[in-house]
Design a protein around this ligand. Structure first.
Ligand SMILES: C[S@@+](CC[C@H](N)C(=O)[O-])C[C@H]1O[C@@H](n2cnc3c(N)ncnc32)[C@H](O)[C@@H]1O
Length: 331
């Protein structure tokens, strides 16, 4: 049986949010199909009900809800005549309009409320269920409940301002999480970050129960990673050494944010030279089809015929810094 979900994506980069969700669900064997993409929402069809453990891996989806009804009709009164009662157990609920505001929420609640049994109480501040109403090229009525909690807001608990050890180079938790979700890894797989800095990737991997190994050339950074992981009660192996240390490690994917020349140190090696060297080391230690996910400011520095580029996303940081996220596969 097929199931349909509506995903409201974070405004930072909706393309990255869409691909993060599709890639993660495909890694976890839900056979996802994109049905609709409109402004900041997507709808998808999957082969099974998505487990809460998988939903909480999503870093770039603000909210996910299960589609109850969709219609080409835009007149809500006509739609309501066609749909059955909404069975939400004994739970409290609120009715909300998302994205395009086409009529007052009060009016929507009045019309849609007819389809909710009288014994269900409304709770506008902290409902157990939200009945979401979307109108675009289609009208969608979708049900969110508390089990469907993504990590869009929650991963901010690992934000650099909440870490005991931080540095301006630390990667944003949402980017780190989405990068790991693009690496084709499930629970018990291992990712490696050979430029781990303060441990941003390791924190997100461990939170998602994915094993991880971090390497950094600077002793201070290794201590920072270990200190941050310990602070949040998370676990990872962290080694001090050069990127070449990966030859002694077993992993399924590389997810990393190498030095890009601003406030980071490479112990004297030029970034161009380091990037060429690391791309060769990586390819010698990856199997065909393994993924390499990198955040970069100059994607041209890593051109290498041993990899096939699968995706490239652009992430605007500030006026003088745009970062690119590249997803590659070993040929
Ligand atoms: C951009 S930072 C990584 C930031 C990290 N993602 C975080 O969340 O803090 C790059 C890191 O690469 C490390 N590094 C530089 N050259 C290296 C090398 N040859 N081998 C391993 N690590 C190196 C630097 O010490 C720095 O911590």
């Amino acid at each position: 049986m097929k199931h349909q979900y509506l995903l409201e994506l974070g405004g930072e980069n909706t393309e990255l949010g869409k691909i993060e969700a599709l890639e993660l669900l495909s890694t976890e064997n839900y056979e996802p199909k994109l049905v609709l993409k409109e402004s900041s929402i997507i709808t998808i069809e999957v082969s099974n009900i998505i487990k809460p453990r998988i939903i909480r891996r999503l870093g770039m989806t603000k909210r996910i809800s299960k589609i109850f009804h969709e219609d080409k009709e835009t007149n809500l009164e006509k739609i309501v005549k066609k749909i059955s009662f909404l069975d939400i157990g004994q739970k409290t609920f609120a009715i909300r309009q998302i994205c395009n505001k086409v009529m007052s929420e009060k009016k929507i609640a009045h019309i849609l409320g007819e389809k909710i049994p009288k014994y269900n109480k409304t709770n506008l501040d902290n409902p157990e269920i939200k009945v979401l109403y979307y109108t675009g090229t289609k009208t969608i009525i979708s049900i969110w409940d508390r089990k469907l909690e993504t990590y869009y807001k929650k991963c901010l608990k690992y934000h650099i301002k909440n870490r005991p050890f931080f540095s301006p180079i630390s990667i944003h938790p949402r980017i780190a999480r989405s990068m790991i979700n693009l690496a084709n890894c499930s629970i018990n797989d291992t990712i490696i970050d050979p430029f781990c800095g303060t441990g941003g990737m390791l924190i997100e991997a461990s939170d998602m129960k994915i094993d991880s190994i971090g390497i950094d050339i600077m002793e201070k950074m290794v201590d920072y990673s270990i200190g941050n992981l310990k602070h949040f009660g998370l676990k990872s192996k962290v080694l001090e050494g050069d990127v070449a240390e990966i030859i002694n490690c077993k992993f399924k994917a590389i997810v990393t944010d190498p030095p890009y020349g601003i406030s980071t140190t490479t112990k004297g090696e030029g970034v161009d030279k380091l990037m060429k060297r690391c791309m060769n080391i990586f390819s010698e230690n990856m199997k065909q089809g393994d993924r390499l996910v990198m955040a970069l400011s100059k994607p041209e520095l890593i051109e290498n015929q041993n990899y096939k580029k699968i995706y490239q996303f652009q992430w605007y940081i500030h006026k003088s810094l745009t970062r690119y996220i590249l997803v590659m596969e070993r040929n």
